[in-house]
Design a protein around this ligand. Sequence first.
Ligand code: DX5
Ligand code: ZN
Length: 218
Amino acid sequence: MTLKIAPSILSADFVNLQSECADAVAGGADWLHVDVMDGLFVPNITVGIPVLKSLRKTTDAFLDVHLMIDRPERYVEEFCRAGADLVTVHVEASQPQDLLEAIKTVVEQGKKIGISVKPKTPATVLLPYLDLVDLVLVMTVEPGFGGQKFMADQLPKIKQLRAMLDELNPDCDLEVDGGVDETTAPLVKAAGANVLVAGSAVFGRADRAAAIAALRKA
Ligand code: DX5
Ligand code: ZN
């Protein structure tokens, strides 16, 4: 699987989002990761549809939208229309029937669909969705904030999901989010992840190109 680095704009300077994103893309970012939080699913509030729309106008980069919101089926279509290339919903955020509806909506919009698990959620909960999605996202921190410590106890889950995907959906991307830096990147790569989200390890550094290159070769 091709390795992709996805800087999370959560650690960018939001007032200068256009130049921050341009800097990351010029520095070699494959995707831009957009963290959407509603203050209910997670104890923090970030950005939503209007910011995504504005961002879409300023960049051709692949926009990887991570919805940390309750009942995402209510909003996935709007996020697709606002310019998301990939929309990821959390398996804990809704009922199975509604999650299936959300997946169907995103596919009908011609966009990629991802499904995510929080650290305490076992991999097996994803079984009904693995052959329906383009990406699985394993959280290696409790979602809500950038700059937290990587949870190494999630590595077996990454391995387990890669094995499950090899069986059920071999082309599916496996993304890891939370505490990924030069030290932890080799661990998640070895466990089978191919998309690395990094907030503080990219936007928290002055030289974004060097930061991205370091993650790529770590
Ligand atoms: C956390 C977000 C992450 C966050 C990662 O809930 O989903 O995308 O930005 O930040 P770092 O890389 O600093 O842990
Ligand atoms: Zn995220």
